[in-house]
Structures are given as C-alpha cells and as structure tokens.
Design a protein. Structure first.
Length: 208
C-alpha cells in the first residue's frame, strides 16, 4: 500500500494488512514497534476514509466487505499483543518495562481505533436494521487468562486512557470467581454454570 493512498483497493486489503500486523507482533524494540504502529495507523486512516466514503457497501464484493470486518476483528482481538503480553519479566526486565509502558498501551489505542471504525461501518445506511444494537458498547473479552495477567490488562487499560469495560471468561468457576472479581474488571462470565452442570440421566423406552 502506498503511504499516500487515501482509499483501499478491495483486492489488496488483506495483503496490505497481514505484513503490518506481523510487524506489530514481532517488533523487538520500541523503535521497530513505533514504526510498525505508524504504518498500521496509516492503514487505518485509509480504511476509515474508505468506509466513510461509502465505497465498501456500494462497490466492493461481499467477500471484500467481510474482509474489512475480519481485519477489524483481528485488531480488536489481538493487535499483535499476545506474543508481547506473555513476555517473562524475569528474562529481560528492561524489555518487559518497555512492553508495559509503551507497546501494550499503544496496542490498546490501535484496538480502540478498530472498534471505532467497525462502529462507523456498522452505522452506514446498509446496516440501518442494526442501528439500535450498534449503540451498545463493545466489551473486550479477556479469555483463559490468570488473575495476575488480568490485573496487568487492567493496568494497561488504565494507562492507555481508553475507558472500556473489561470482561473475563474462561477457567472461571464458583470457587475462584472472587479472585477474578478482585482484579478490577467490570464483567465476569462463568461458563461452568452451564457446561459443567451435572446431567440428569433420562431414558425413554417405547413398548409396542
């Protein structure tokens, strides 16, 4: 994608996005990450301009339109963050502090941009039937994370100055829910209430 591009080409949007997201994921120092973040923000500038112009719903194929959502959902779900947030502070404290103070809050801002663009897209006339639901907030889901990792996520959320409510799910049950509640998140989902409920063995015999 040319840096001067103000609109995205539907056939190239995926090939434009993948290397940018890979650069975010594999950045090893702050200089490399800042360069990757700037490139991703330019891509999001172009994507936002394309969405707001109406070109996506009027000229793009359904497959290309779906790819827009796929890209935005990828950024919302991860934005290159998973590899960095699993860094072991004991192995490199300097790098860990860089991740906590610079990279992860910056990735939070990229995710916030992705949420905004997704809402803008869903607010286009073609999605009018969804308008009442789009007004509802989108809550990031912290899935299958330990209480310690979730506390770190809450700190990163607070440092990013992007105020969103966080929801926890995965490996939460009635025995450990208090540990998760004390991390500072706003919502907790306990799947064990349904998928781990004891079953009732019932059989039906029909005698003719």
């Amino acid at each position: 994608m040319n840096d001067n591009t103000t609109r995205l080409v539907p056939t190239q949007i995926g090939s434009d996005f993948v290397p940018l997201n890979r650069a975010l994921t594999w950045a090893e120092d702050i200089k490399a990450w800042q360069s990757a973040a700037q490139a991703m923000n330019r891509f999001l500038d172009a994507l936002e301009a394309t969405v707001n112009s109406g070109e996506v719903e009027s000229n793009w194929s359904r497959a290309a339109s779906a790819r827009v959502f796929s890209i935005l959902l990828t950024l919302m779900a991860e934005s290159g963050q998973y590899r960095h947030e699993t860094s072991n502070p004991a192995s490199d404290m300097k790098r860990h502090q860089m991740l906590m103070n610079e990279l992860l809050p910056g990735m939070g801002k990229l995710r916030h941009r992705a949420v905004k663009i997704a809402k803008d897209y869903l607010s286009r006339p073609v999605f009018n039937s969804l308008a009442p639901d789009i007004k509802d907030e989108i809550f990031p889901l912290l899935d299958n994370m330990t209480p310690d990792l979730i506390r770190q996520a809450v700190v990163m959320r607070d440092q990013s100055r992007v105020r969103v409510e966080l929801e926890v799910s995965g490996n939460v049950n009635l025995d450990n829910v208090r540990q998760y509640a004390e991390t500072g998140v706003e919502r907790i989902s306990i799947g064990a209430l349904t998928h781990s409920a004891p079953s009732l063995d019932v059989s039906l015999d029909i005698v003719g």
